[in-house]
Design a protein around this ligand. Sequence first.
Ligand code: NAD
Length: 491
Amino acid sequence: MRECGLFINGEWRASSSKDTFETTNPATGEVLAKCASGNEADVAMAVDAAATSFADWKRFPAPKRGEILLRAASILRQRKKSLGEMVTKEMGKVLAEGEGDVQEAIDFLEYIAGEGRRMLGETTTSELPGKRCMTVRQPAGIVGCITPWNFPFAVPSWKLGAALIAGNTVVFKPSSLTPLCAAALVEIFQEAGIPPGVLNMVTGAAQTVGQAIVEEERIRVLSFTGGVAAGRDVYSRAAKKLKRVALELGSKNPLIVMDDADIDLALEGILFGAFGTAGQRCTATSRVLVHEKVYKEVMERLVRRTTSLKVGDPLDRGVDMGPVCGREQELRILNYIDLGVQEGARLVCGGKKLKEGDYGKGFFIEPTLFEANHGLRITKEEIFGPVLSVIKIGSYEEAIHVANDVDYGLSSSIYTRDINKAYRAIDDLDAGITYVNAPTIGAEVHLPFVGVKNTGNGAREAGSAAIEEFTEIKTVFIDYSGRLQKAQIDR
Ligand code: NAD
């Protein structure tokens, strides 16, 4: 069996307590690797290494940092197939999506490597003669990156790539459900030539490793992706230390089908948005708001298509949907399905754990459709599984009201052939991302990724905004007049 250590100061090592935990395949229960379970002492060691290496890394020219990221992207590209399979085995998404996860990491590293040759500041005039004013970007310091399991290559690459290109050193804590993928990514950075101490990884529990990273005084910036409850905890602890925190949290994404929509296209979008990655994407379509004039047709066709989705081993290319990622996820989703029934929503199809034969070894849940009234908990809370609520709406205005009447705001979508309605929806939907005639999933890395309301705190990942969280802007005044000049006083 494979063993994964902690990566501290350029070396793989056991945790100081020697404790380990196992990572397993959610489709089969097979144990994939034994991983080091770090603790507070390991985090302190990782921060020591990050602090020591910071001065040199900060001075290392940013375009050369970019070359390391490009080499990492190139290794990822060479291994895309085997790494995609690793994602599928450890996390449970189907192979095409596992490979897509790796591709997103490649895309982002290639994109952000170019920032090494931009890192733009401003140069401007002065109110005084013989004086020049400008801003320069500097790294923020030691960054703590804490990530979830649902995009085990893409999400860490977004954070590590942006933090490293800006000249920060990093302590990285991945989810305990996907340490194998995290170790493979870190190994690739090591092969690409990242100097010792610049990137450190400590695997282990949220309560020990995660909290130690949040509390550690020398870590000045935290980049966190995960659930809202954990995000709140991280934010409030970090606030006491006056840290900068970037939060990317959960959501409850709506997809609107208007009466003039291309129904064939909308159906494809709903199925991919709701059941891709077994609904375990922060951008997953979890509510479909269908205009009453097309409701019957959409519902009938959606039920037919949903019940014919093939659920099974995600390594099989013919399978549409794999398992959910572990027992805790399974319990949470099944509890929400029970809640929906208790709340009076109509369970239209699915709703059960699959237990027969090989299904019994893993965590498989049927793709599930509810017909629901807006306002039930299943229509307002993030379920993060293959459970979709279909809600009938009578007008565009009602659709916008229902879409916006939740605490989250990451992604949103509208299917319509009316260009005016499409543009109005871009203005009216209260979300960080709006798609027109496409599902709520499908972000591209050269554009910012951000949610509003409880989905985060306004920090942006990806796109040109990605380095904002990881840089300090220093303001510089250069006086070449050769005499003392007093701003605001000499006029
Ligand atoms: P989670 O919040 O349970 O854990 C995320 C990470 O934080 C893990 O590494 C975990 O160990 C750590 N952690 C948890 N509690 C912590 C604490 N109190 N202090 C420090 N660290 C802590 O989330 P998850 O189950 O791994 O991921 C699913 C969630 O992530 C969903 O809510 C999903 O919507 C969200 N997500 C959001 C985005 C986005 O960009 N908005 C992307 C992917 C996933």
